[in-house]
Design a binder for this molecule. Structure first.
Ligand code: NZQ
Ligand code: ZN
Length: 394
């Protein structure tokens, strides 16, 4: 069992009336002039943006707005946000949206307080010592950024998508009103659930399988999300299932389901190259990679894959054939992905065959020019990455 530090400082306001607390929460965490950061159109169309701005105004809090964050958020808008915050004297970032808006907000929060080029943090060339406080009004449960220490940004120059993690980026508060997720299209609902399940699976598939409580919690999260997604897809305005998913996105990623274990994250690393190159939805990219990663790493901890098959995917345990049971678990996951409209390989994800050159380019980027590895259950070198991408091509 691995020693661990547990740090989850984000205050959560959850429920139908939660948005009404926005001004008092901003004040509580010291915000006097806020950047209200948002995405394309959903928060405008639903009236959420107007409501948040009105509540801030009524609470006597100054604000400026910056919209236009796209999925796989871009570095150029981060630069624009940094500039705007400096001009306006912004001291608090409020992201109204999903993972992309929050991640863009985190990048701005780091960039405002330093002369360093913010991309250098993502490149690992330097580390920020401070950042502006950040918080969110969440509209899509998926990335878990509302409580996580991570931000993932795409540099349009070269289509490079990189993450940076640091506890200073843990948001001060997150407002979650499940009703705001009723408008999510089925694809985003399914991709979001796929992502949150993967956040827990990246921690579940580990060699450290002696922290039983963590494993039990992880299985409960996975089973509940697996059921709730069908209810939400069937009835998008079902508060009960939307609420499970809204909370599940945070529970899956703030660290609880990884206490005491060595984490993996290879599927995420491999996927970031897909969404960096093809601008696809992150959750769908994960579904396209995971079955191939799982088949490739199965024997690193076969009993864990058997446990997943039986306890999460409801596969009958054939005690005479653990490998067969484990493989049937992976097949059951593929059926689940298809049932919720997710791809199970790259061809289904991008709608055409991926070329050998594109695979080589992803391997080069994922291995940081053949200098880096990824993964914990099995450490993946460039040749392993290439094998998995080829297995996943479809
Ligand atoms: O831009 P708008 O119009 O708001 O549309 C968004 C966007 O097109 C739409 N949407 C959001 N809320 C909605 C809605 N549509 C209707 N009704 C609503 N209530 O959904 C689309 C996707 O939004 P996005 O913010 O991109 O989704 P998500 O939360 O999945 O974030 C994905 C990003 O997070 C990164 C991913 O790599 C990706 O860039 N990740 C961040 C992590 C972190 N910071 O800890 C961890 C994750 O593993 C992930 O890598
Ligand atoms: Zn993810």
């Amino acid at each position: 069992m691995k020693d661990f530090n547990y740090y989850a400082p984000t205050e959560v306001a959850f429920g139908k009336e939660s948005e009404d607390k926005v001004a008092s929460l901003v004040k509580k965490y010291g915000g006097k002039k806020v950047l209200v950061h948002y995405g394309g159109k959903s928060a405008v169309k639903s009236g959420l943006l107007d409501k948040i701005c009105t509540l801030l105004q009524e609470g006597g809090i100054e604000y400026v707005t910056l919209g236009g964050v796209v999925p796989n958020p871009r570095l150029s808008l981060v630069h624009k946000g940094i500039e705007l915050c400096r001009q306006e004297g912004v001291d608090f970032i409020l992201a109204v949206g999903g993972g992309s808006v929050i991640d863009s907000g985190k990048a701005i929060a780091m960039g405002v307080v330093t002369d360093e080029e913010v991309w250098n943090f993502y490149l690992g060339k330097s580390h920020p010592s401070a950042c502006l406080p950040i918080a969110s009004v969440l509209t899509i449960p998926a990335a878990g950024s509302e409580m996580s220490e991570s931000t993932v940004i795409t540099n349009e120059d070269g289509g490079v998508k990189l993450g940076y993690s640091d506890n200073i980026l843990r948001p001060k508060f997150a407002i979650m009103n499940p009703c705001r997720t009723f408008t999510l299209p089925p694809y985003q609902t399914a991709a979001g659930v796929t992502d949150m399940m993967m956040h827990t699976m990246e921690r579940y598939f580990t060699k450290d399988d002696d922290m039983d409580l963590t494993t039990d919690l992880a299985e409960a999260v996975l089973r509940r999300m697996k059921t709730a997604v069908f209810d939400a897809l069937k009835n998008p305005e079902d508060y009960r299932s939307r609420a499970q998913i809204a909370w599940g996105g945070s529970v899956a990623h703030w660290g609880l389901t990884g206490c005491g274990v060595e984490e993996d994250w290879a599927t995420h690393q491999l996927e970031h190259e897909l969404s960096g190159m093809f601008d696809v939805t992150h959750g769908a990219g994960l579904a396209a990679i995971w079955p191939s990663w799982a088949r490739y790493t199965l024997h690193e901890n076969l009993s864990r894959f058997v446990r997943f098959a039986v306890n999460v995917m409801d596969v009958p345990n054939d005690f005479t054939d653990p490998e067969g049971t484990a493989l049937r678990g992976i097949e059951a996951m593929e059926r689940f992905y298809h049932a919720i409209g997710m791809p199970i390989n790259i061809k289904e994800l991008i709608g055409r065959d991926i070329t050998d050159e594109e695979i080589q380019e992803m391997v080069r980027k994922c291995s940081r020019d053949y200098t880096a590895t990824c993964g914990g259950l099995k450490v993946l070198h460039a040749d392993d990455m290439e094998t998995i991408y080829k297995m996943a091509r479809g």
